[in-house]
Design a protein around this ligand. Structure first.
Ligand code: F0G
Length: 347
């Protein structure tokens, strides 16, 4: 299976000593969302990143970060995570044959992500504190113990994540008008922007999209313009109050003519349900923030008609079934005979 390193190696500064790791990451579908696009009066696509090997976009940068760590002779990796980074780091460390240490905010990681880190064989450490505290500790561990840190402070992470922007341009034949994306630590929005800029410079795209970053209201430092000491949201993936890539992301948004906006937890959960039930796309709550934002803009008549929008569905909904089940209809239970079933269909 050809992964990101095989397909985009020339753009990723590989050397002949970089091991070509792959779990088959990247090449995710760009799905046309005709039902919702029609309703919103736009041409809407979803970049379905939940179909990466560990179920999130993190794999694109993790494969490069772990390959480069191996190349540099690192003997172990470390990261802090709200869940997806740890799942990805654990998987790539497993295939690379090196230990992985992950620091998670205690009690605030979706069960599927926790199961992933554990089954891939990572050493899982729960930190009493939020993600921002866990990241401070991971950086300490990297500095003091010489472990390779594979959070998005590692430049290879963001470089690998650019590949998603390249795939979008390759699929559409050009960049879209808007890119709508959830923002937590503010790395991915920065990576997409850099990817689009790189393609525009090399003549493979005619424009750079407006970068539209969406945060959860309770964890929206980019919108408020200041750190949030106690971030809180149902979208645990983006429960971050002090984004390490804030400065770069602000620059990307300003340069592209985009904006940051916040959406509420009820809006996120409603958008998650709409996305699944209207388009057949099951994404985790954080990934529904962009659709929640587009729906809110449309309600206020602030969504330009006819534009081409790509929203990034960053993580798979299966990672966090608890969040999804809160809003689903009740299940009908029946006795195992035809008359009971017939009654259900009649009512
Ligand atoms: N969506 C999902 C599903 C995520 O897991 C993350 C980040 C984001 C969006 C935001 O991306 O941080 O680059 O702005 N998850 C990190 C983690 C923090 O630890 O898994 P960002």
């Amino acid at each position: 299976m050809r992964g990101v390193l095989h397909r985009y190696g020339t753009n990723l500064r590989l050397t002949e000593r970089t091991p070509l790791l792959s779990l088959g990451e990247g090449s995710t579908p760009l799905v046309a969302c005709r039902n919702l696009g029609g309703e919103l009066g736009i041409e809407l696509f979803a970049k379905y990143e939940g179909l990466n090997p560990t179920g999130s976009f993190k794999d694109r940068g993790m494969v490069l970060a772990v390959a480069k760590a191996l190349e540099a002779g690192s003997r172990a990796v470390v990261c802090a995570s709200t869940g997806n980074t740890s799942a990805s780091a654990a998987a790539y460390a497993a295939t690379a044959g090196i230990p992985c240490h992950v620091l998670l905010p205690a009690g605030k990681v979706a069960l599927g992500k926790l199961a992933q880190a554990l089954i891939y064989g990572a050493k899982v450490i729960a930190v009493r504190g939020n993600f921002d505290t866990a990241l401070d500790l991971a950086r300490d561990a990297s500095r003091r113990l010489g472990l390779a840190i594979v959070n998005s402070v590692n430049p290879y992470r963001l470089r690998g994540q650019r590949s998603a922007a390249w795939e979008i341009c390759d699929d559409l034949g050009d960049a879209p008008d808007w890119l709508a994306i959830p923002v937590g630590n503010a790395g991915n929005i920065t990576a997409y922007w850099a990817g689009f800029v790189q393609y525009a410079r090399s003549g493979k795209a005619s424009r750079i999209p407006r970068m539209m970053g969406f945060q959860a209201e309770g964890a929206s430092p980019m919108v408020r313009g200041e750190d949030v000491p106690q971030p809180e949201t149902v979208a645990t993936a983006i429960r971050i109050g002090r984004p390490v890539n804030a400065r770069k992301a602000r620059w990307a948004v300003r340069r592209s003519g985009g904006a940051f906006a916040a959406v509420s937890d009820p809006e996120i959960l409603e958008a998650q349900r709409i996305l699944a039930s209207r388009e057949g796309l099951f994404a985790e709550p954080a990934s529904a923030a962009p659709l929640a934002g587009l729906l809110a803009l449309a309600r206020r008549n602030e969504l330009p008609r006819g534009i081409r929008v790509v929203m990034v569905l960053t993580g798979n909904g299966l990672k966090d079934p608890d969040a999804a089940l809160g809003k689903t209809p009740a299940i009908t239970e029946i006795d195992g005979n035809w008359s009971s079933l017939e009654e259900v269909f009649r009512s």
